[in-house]
Design a protein around this ligand. Sequence first.
Ligand code: ATR
Length: 280
Amino acid sequence: MKKIYGVIGDPIAHSMSPAIHNDAFRHQGIEAAYHHFHVKPEDLQDAVKGMKAIGVSGFNVTIPHKQNIIPLLDEVDELALAIGAVNTVSWEEGRYVGYNTDGKGFYKSLSDLSEGGLKDSRTLIIGAGGAARAIYFTLVKEGVRNVDIANRTVERAEKLIADCPYECESQALSIAKAEEMLAEYELIIQTTSSGMSPNLDGIPLNPEQIKQGTLISDIIYNPLKTKLLHDAEQRGAVIQNGLGMFVHQAALAFEIWTGVHPDTARMQEIVLNKLGGHTC
Ligand code: ATR
């Protein structure tokens, strides 16, 4: 029988996940279908029960359910629990098990780019919200120890560092302080929504002091080149947009469900076609 997978969220109509997963199932010769399900916050508990009852084999979880799904699952893996958010659920021996592939997807997309390895890179994360939390905890767990966090509201950066369950050397910075120190970092990761379509002029920090050759990664993929990436590139930085993170988090979810690692170049092509652009 054809297995059923999906993504739950609110809103969800514009999700690109069905297109990439359905293509990957076809391409791998796996009998399965992936749907998007519009689930309102007040219906989350019923939705999980319903999916269990009809035998949905796995699903992705997006805004606003990533945190609230946790108590509704039978088990949550260590990293997802530390992050406090689940984006992938898998049906395993009669139990729904939750994972977080966002941070790992990001790490994978970055590792593809950095030949020398990332572990010794002096790193700055801009932002201290949910996305920053997934990326920060994953990087530190993977052994990138020297990671500072700059945020508009410094207290949130301090809290993120205090919450980190893995060994790390980090300091919380104001945006002004981070701008001053920018030349000290080899890797800069932008996790806020500043610069995301339709606010194309948004920029979370002035990249004037960035040094040539610094790797700067913005998790936004719409637009493919944010103002921050554009300005940093003009100063000689190596830039990466959020397409790789999106594709790799999806690929890792696919692998959890099927045991097969899908063709990520194919996934990227589908997303790019939908966005109508070229990667940078
Ligand atoms: P997400 O789960 O997408 O990370 P979030 O938890 O709401 O979303 O966090 C949003 C992050 O973007 C925060 O770091 C926020 O800064 P504050 O903590 O000071 O609110 C940051 N952010 C959002 N809009 C921003 C802007 N225009 N300029 C700078 N930072 C911004």
